[in-house]
Design a protein around this ligand. Structure first.
Ligand SMILES: *[C@@H]1O[C@H](CO)[C@@H](O)[C@H](O)[C@H]1NC(C)=O
Ligand SMILES: *[C@@H]1O[C@H](CO)[C@@H](O)[C@H](O)[C@H]1NC(C)=O
Ligand SMILES: *[C@@H]1O[C@H](CO)[C@@H](O)[C@H](O)[C@H]1NC(C)=O
Ligand SMILES: *[C@@H]1O[C@H](CO)[C@@H](O)[C@H](O)[C@H]1NC(C)=O
Ligand SMILES: [Zn+2]
Length: 644
């Protein structure tokens, strides 16, 4: 904003305070103050992002210390702004927009912690947890030589491609042994401090403050309803995959028990796409496309992958990445051996259109889709860059996570992969369709219970119903209850398995991914309609549709300026969250799985209490009830978004 505003402001402040000690109701003056705030805050956040970036791309004692210092300065600023805003202005009678802005800057998160010693400790604990997670390695002795493996790409590759039960268990156990115990007491301390900050901010605990972003009292119940609607599909997928895994691993996988957690090709069994080869419905038919070999053959590197993704966005008429994006992003793991936080993330530095991605990209199809996910965040940043800082956020956090995934749904179609030269031919064949949908379900359906349970665990930890004596036991109770998996080795309370998932030590809320995995199908269906797509939903590719692009753009540009149902309406015409688009997308696979499980007379579920016999799909089944989730969110200052 203009220099003039900055200079005028102190005079204005004196006037306001001089005239009366009580907060002013003068909206014109209040809005000038907000303008001044906007300029100052951009600078403060820019500095904070810069220090954070330096640490995340180069973990040393110095960068860590600097990051903590700047983070404390930022907290101080946030606190003062909230105090000053409250002392100066009474916005209760002002316009919707002004109120929304003041509400946002006075809802201040951990900065609310008044005790400086505690605030410093909280900041240090968080930083330390990140360091432990990001620098952990799994080491083994190979012919008298110590060989240490980093998470990305060493461990992820072994899990993705390994098929030896014991070796997979070594990797799975090794990661948990090297991270969990180190984090356990820090996490406990973190929970107490973080709760204290939430209480200072007027919430019961940290979990309650997170849920408030979706402003609806029935949030938990609404999610549970959607989850229940999706559960039958998950149970059918689970039973089918369990049978296939038992064909590979013999009696180590029982047909009625939870499945050992290390057999899914992923460290947390959260997405199962890497074991597609073991569960492929029609192995002699195409459809379950993994274009990784093709990418390698064509000498793809990270830059190509990012350019391919960018080109999809520009084909819709959306923005290209700024030059500084290409100059400043970190898209491969540095080769000089420094420690970095590899976990993929997208950054908005809050000023100068400085947006960056940090990803240790591997040349695989999975990472190609992750690149789209991260670029979706950047595209959101680009589109709302002209909003005041307060409104630069996702309509709700789930929206932010959904953007790139929506595009990836088009990218992964055979038609599209063929168009960009990563697939030689496209076959029209219902069996190939089932292969394709199975591959997609391993990514999207397998994720649902995981996406749902992480914050079930965390909300209970924050509200005290799960204490430190039960951290691990409760984690596994939920993992078994929702995912139907079990640990391959004994777990106890010296371990801390939740901490071995990035978002726990990094303190990133998780329910947003569950929300995203549901609403991205609503967005997909709406954009496909806009693009004039005909035929089954899973065959739709919105590439080059500027009509779809305009729809998406209109929603992205709103940022958080409006409650999220309005953003939802701008794109889908609906005002609530519903599972119906997702169910529609997978309907052919759902029918196929039910038939298959009936033929095998499967028991769906994993323990005596939940077992359910597969039903004859020829008999009628109740149609799904449409659940709605009328949630609403206010601005979130988070300017870094991660992959799930
Ligand atoms: C990493 O940080 C250290 C300071 O701790 C600095 O000396 C070094 O130059 C940095 N390395 C890179 C590549 O930025
Ligand atoms: C808050 O108000 C005080 C007193 O007027 C002032 O010194 C301080 O700079 C203000 N801080 C912010 C961040 O607005
Ligand atoms: C702040 O917290 C520390 C412990 O973390 C405590 O020793 C100190 O008394 C507290 N200060 C105030 C003013 O409450
Ligand atoms: C990818 O290859 C191109 C040359 O084809 C090169 O300019 C670019 O730096 C490479 N990118 C990475 C990340 O290695
Ligand atoms: Zn993300």
């Amino acid at each position: 904003m203009s220099l003039q505003t900055t200079r005028v402001f102190p005079i204005l402040l004196t006037l306001v305070l001089g005239v009366a000690g009580t907060p002013s109701t003068d909206e014109t003056a209040a809005r000038e103050w907000l303008e001044w705030y906007n300029t100052r805050a951009q600078d403060v956040y820019y500095k904070s992002s810069t220090a954070s970036w330096a640490y995340n791309t180069n973990i040393t004692d110095e960068t860590q210390q600097r990051q903590v210092e700047v983070s404390l300065e930022t907290s101080q600023f946030i606190k003062e702004v909230a105090q000053n805003a409250t002392a100066l202005w009474d916005w209760s009678g002002m316009s919707f927009d002004t109120k929304r802005k003041f509400d946002s800057i006075t809802n201040i998160g951990s900065a609310a912690l008044q005790n400086q010693t505690k605030l410093e400790r909280l900041t240090n604990v968080q930083s330390e947890m990140r360091r432990i997670y990001s620098t952990a390695k799994v080491c083994e002795n190979v012919d008298g030589q110590e060989n240490c493996m980093v998470f990305e790409p060493d461990l992820t590759r072994e899990l993705a491609t390994g098929r030896d039960y014991n070796r997979l268990q070594f990797i799975w156990d090794g990661w948990r042994a090297s991270v969990g115990p180190q984090l356990r007491s820090l996490y406990q301390e973190f929970v107490d401090l973080s709760n204290e900050a939430a209480v200072a901010n007027g919430f019961d605990n940290t979990g309650a403050s997170w849920r408030s972003w979706y402003e609806v009292d029935t949030f938990e119940q609404d999610l549970e309803n959607i989850y229940e609607e999706l559960k039958p599909l998950y149970l059918n997928l689970h039973a089918y995959v369990r049978r296939k895994l038992s064909e590979t691993y013999g009696n180590r996988v029982s047909l009625t028990d939870p499945i050992p957690a290390h057999l899914f090709g992923n460290m947390w069994s959260q997405q199962w796409n890497n074991i597609f080869d073991l569960v492929e419905p029609y192995p002699n038919k195409p459809g379950g496309i993994d274009v990784t070999p093709k990418m390698v053959e064509q000498n793809y590197n990270a830059t190509h992958m990012f350019r391919v993704s960018e080109e999809f966005f520009t084909s819709l008429g959306l923005g290209a990445m700024p030059d500084t994006f290409w100059e400043r992003s970190m898209i491969v793991r540095p080769t000089d051996g420094r420690d970095v936080v590899c976990y993929a993330s997208a950054w908005d530095f809050s000023r100068d259109r400085d947006f960056r991605i940090k990803q240790c990209t591997d040349v695989t199809m999975e990472d190609l889709l992750t690149v789209h996910h991260e670029m979706g965040h950047i595209q959101y940043y680009i589109q709302y860059a002209d909003q005041p800082l307060i409104y630069r956020g996702g309509a709700n956090p789930g929206f932010h996570e959904a953007v790139g995934d929506v595009l990836a749904l088009s990218v992964a179609t055979p038609k599209h992969l063929n168009q960009i030269g990563l697939l030689d031919e496209v076959t029209e064949d219902p069996d190939a369709d089932i292969n394709f949908l199975m591959a997609t379900a391993l990514e999207k359906i397998a994720f649902l219970p995981f996406g749902y349970l992480i914050d079930q665990w965390r909300w209970r930890v924050f509200d005290g119903s799960t204490g430190p004596d039960n951290y691990n036991a409760e984690w596994w109770r939920l993992r078994t209850k929702y995912q139907g998996i079990k640990p391959p080795s004994t777990r106890d309370e010296t371990l801390f398995d939740p901490g071995c998932k990035f978002h726990i030590p990094n303190n990133t809320p998780y329910i947003r991914y569950f929300v995203s995995f549901v609403i991205q199908f609503q967005f997909h269906e709406a954009l496909c309609r806009e693009a004039g797509h005909t035929g089954p939903l899973h065959t739709c590719d919105i590439y080059r549709s500027t009509a779809a692009g305009d729809k998406l753009k209109a929603m992205l540009q709103m940022g958080t300026s409006k409650p999220w149902p309005e953003a939802m309406e701008a794109i889908t015409g609906q005002r609530s969250m519903t599972a119906s688009s997702l169910l529609k997308y997978f309907q052919p696979l759902t029918d196929w799985l039910k038939q298959k499980n009936w033929e095998n007379r499967e028991k769906l579920g994993w323990d005596a209490e939940t077992w359910e016999d597969a039903k004859d799909p020829a008999a009628s089944f109740a149609s799904a009830v449409q659940a709605t989730l009328p949630v609403m969110l206010l601005a979130l200052m988070a300017a870094i978004f991660f992959r799930c």
